[in-house]
Design a protein around this ligand. Sequence first.
Ligand SMILES: [Ca+2]
Length: 93
Amino acid sequence: MDAAIKTVVSVYLKSSKGKENLGGKEFQSLVKNQLKNILTGSEDNEAVKNMRQQLDNNQDGKVSFQEYMNLIGYLAQAVSEQQWKNPLSLIKQ
Ligand SMILES: [Ca+2]
C-alpha cells in the first residue's frame, strides 16, 4: 500500500516535471503511458481532453495534484465497482 501511494505521487511529479500543474500534453502522456491498462479510450486524444476538462475543477486548463487525485479516486471506485471497462463514461457523469 505505501508503495502504491508513492507511485501515485511520483507518476504525477515525473509527468509535471516538478511543476504544480499538468498541462494538456503532459496529462495526455500520463494517461497514455500510465493508465492504458485501466482506461478504455486512453489512446483517444479527444476522450482524454474531455476527461481533463471534466477533472479541471478550477477551469484553468491544467490538472492540479488535487484534480489528479480526483481521477485516481474515480478510477479506484470504478475498479471496486468492477465498472473498469468503461471508467470514461463514469467520469463524464
Ligand atoms: Ca485545474
